[in-house]
Design a protein around this ligand. Structure first.
Ligand code: GLU
Length: 479
């Protein structure tokens, strides 16, 4: 069987959007499932809009997500170069082949001529198709006559239809009379997308083109170019759009849309990958949390839906919380290490302590931002106390007396969770209180908060010295 070769072909004109990331991911899953190869190709022929920063950002985003490729601009391979801007000679060679075989022609019409033609078609309510006076003329003769830089156009068939057997969308038919003689080389000699993509997919031996639905309407044009060059077609699979919950196009106003933004907001790559995989692909009932290797083993284009996928931040956030809780603690620590050092929670000599803190709080948060926002009191004394908590647990119900009782318990030894809990409960019994009446003011004194993980676990971690000091501070605050 022929080796499966797929590609992800972003245009480096912006950030890596989650739609692009999902396309890359589906290509990865398909390639790995079939023991094939994934190629990264940068489609950077739009010189005005393409930037190096964008290319770098896309590569970084893919790396962060754990999407890796076998051939590409950075890793090389035997079908390079993998940047379209470095392939001009190849495009020109095949453009010449189309010209020589009578499948293409130079068009000298000015943009103004074309605009007039379009206007006329619009007024007549007919389909626009360029009627070029140069189409059937000998190009040498024209060149002698005319000054100017022509574009090269492809002669699209005018009747019949193309049927595309899309692996996601099924059979889709496109009438040829609705196509235009598209430009394949611009007047500066550079290829247009529809031409370059065909040349590259052929020259790079791509077997399956898995890409966004927006390119479905380009496919019949590409099919005609394949045929004119005598090349066999790859399989096509057009993956549906990702829409916002209100079914409008996903945009900035729906919150984060780029991989970098999710990263900045404290999402884990594993969670984002897991979530994106399920946007349009259904591996089966109750299949929610899936490792990359599980996704690879289950992935099948037959289970990719042709209806639009609806983006749901709540599900992603739920999934993220799940990953934060379930990830191997060492993996989680390595993901958050740099930020934890920046925020001065982690240093060379508190790694064990830091790991215990993270283990204790992680099941209570949904993002890394929330994680960091919930651990300050493990590292410094609270600088303020929650206002409502102060009212409820300090002022009402005689908080001062209760903290004084708790202060008398600080000699518990060993200062371990169970021991501390026993001491609290028996002291409360002895004094005729409910244990909660001692727990709430103590929690507030130690953390400044009313909502934390279990108090006794926190106390063990903080240690008797710190607990004693903080209870004393709270007592002074109340006096
Ligand atoms: N450069 C195109 C894009 O970013 C790729 C289209 C394709 O995969 O054929 O949309």
């Amino acid at each position: 069987m022929q080796e499966v070769r797929v590609r992800f072909a972003p245009s480096p004109t912006g950030t890596l959007h989650i739609g692009g990331a999902r396309t890359a991911l589906f290509n990865l899953l398909f390639a790995r499932h079939n023991q094939g190869k994934l190629i990264l190709r940068l489609e950077d022929t739009d010189m005005e809009r393409s930037t190096l920063e964008s290319a770098q950002g896309i590569i970084e985003g893919l790396n962060w997500l754990g999407i890796d490729w076998d051939e590409g601009p950075d890793v090389g391979g035997s079908y390079g170069p993998y940047r379209q801007s470095e392939r001009l000679g190849i495009y020109q060679q095949y453009a010449k082949q189309l010209l020589d075989s009578g499948n293409a022609y130079y068009c000298y019409c000015s943009p103004e001529d074309i605009a007039l033609e379009r206007e006329e078609a619009k007024n007549n309510k007919t389909n626009y198709r360029h009627k070029c006076p140069y189409k059937n003329k000998n190009s040498d003769a024209i060149e002698a006559e005319i000054d100017g830089n022509p574009v090269l156009r492809f002669k699209m068939p005018t009747d019949g239809a193309v049927i595309i057997n899309d692996l996601v969308r099924g059979s889709v038919e496109f009438r040829n009379d609705l196509q235009d003689d598209i430009i394949i080389l611009k007047s500066d000699g550079w290829p247009t997308y529809n031409f370059a993509v065909v040349v590259d997919d052929h020259c790079m031996n791509i077997t399956h083109v898995i890409r966004a639905e927006e390119h479905l309407s380009n496919t019949p044009k590409q099919v005609h170019i394949y045929e004119a060059l005598g090349w066999s077609l790859p399989y096509f699979a057009h993956v549906s759009m990702i829409l916002a919950p209100d079914r409008s196009k996903l945009s900035k106003r729906h919150g984060a849309t780029s991989v970098q933004e999710f990263r900045n907001q404290g999402y884990l790559p594993q969670a984002l990958v897991n979530y994106l995989a399920l946007l349009g692909w259904s591996p089966g009932d109750d299949m929610d949390i899936l490792s990359l290797s599980k996704m690879i083993s289950l992935f099948d284009l037959n289970n990719v839906s042709k209806s639009a996928a609806i983006y749901d931040i709540e599900k992603l956030t739920w999934m993220n919380g799940n990953y934060i809780t379930e990830l191997d603690i060492e993996d989680l620590l390595s993901i958050i290490e740099v930020e934890a050092r920046d925020k001065q929670f982690l240093s060379d000599d508190n790694r064990d302590y830091f790991a215990k803190v993270i283990s204790l709080v992680r099941s209570r948060v949904k993002t890394i931002d929330e994680l960091f926002a919930s651990i300050d009191y493990f590292f410094i004394s609270p600088s303020t106390y929650d206002e409502k908590g102060v009212e409820k647990y300090f002022y009402k119900n005689n908080g001062l007396e209760k903290l004084q009782i708790v202060a008398s318990l600080m000699k518990i030894s060993p200062f371990k969770t169970e021991k501390i809990e026993d001491a609290f409960r028996s002291k409360a019994d002895e004094m005729g209180y409910k244990a909660a009446e001692l727990i709430h003011p103590t929690r507030l004194a130690l953390s400044g908060r009313t909502n934390t993980p279990g108090l006794f676990e926190i106390m063990e971690l903080l240690g008797p010295q710190v607990c004693r000091e903080r209870i004393k501070l709270a007592i002074n605050f109340l006096k």
